[in-house]
Design a protein around this ligand. Sequence first.
Ligand SMILES: [Zn+2]
Length: 268
Amino acid sequence: MFYFILFLIFIFGAIIGSFLNCLIWRLHEKKTILGRSMCLRCRKQIAWHDNIPILSFIILQGKCRHCEKRISQQYPAVEIITGVLFVAAIISDLKLAIGDGELIIAQITNYKLLITIIRDWFIISIMIIIFIYDLRWYLILDAVTLPACAVVFIFNLLLGFNWQNLLISGIIGSSFFLLQFIISRGKWIGGGDIRLGLLMGFALGWPMILTALYVAYISGSIIGIYLLIFKKKKLSSKIPFGIFLTTATVITLFWGEQLVSFYWGLFI
Ligand SMILES: [Zn+2]
């Protein structure tokens, strides 16, 4: 029962992931959300049975049925990651021990927990969109971050955060990047990072925003140094910093408190 419920949630996450892939592409092509999916190369419409998350990619061996060109691995990757993170959110929010199947149904009817889960699924989805978009096109869209700011702010008010806390956290998140933007005259980071900082602040609240910024910078530096050493990037080349910020936000959302106590445990 327990694993069956988690499996259903994974499937649900994969379907949302498939929708996110579609949304990312439509945001880039500036199209409306409505309309059928099509192959990006031959522009033929994709039949519903060729559009099943993860499975279709495996059955078609990663190729379009019509033109046989390769389909980007981004599609199954986003579907799998969304599914896994949706399951992680449930486990983290319900503080589940492995195996207690009845507990899921008993707890999920608690409306506050239900709102927490929906909020976390929403944050995961937004962070995945920002991650992929920044990775591919070095841009963080205001059309994504600004509406998301409003939505997570309302979610967190419903969950009992006070608005002063969220506001302070949002100001810290955004001014952290604003400062770097001003110092570097827009060379280190783009304006989109400032709005993403605001979103992170509203999503995590004080003091978790600090943990997220810390995690982002540590992981960013490690990977940045790795890329420099192995000559995959030059010091002058652009690095899409949004990929670290979004990853750090999701990690902090689920494991923020454990990270903080682990970190202090190293010194005390
Ligand atoms: Zn095709």
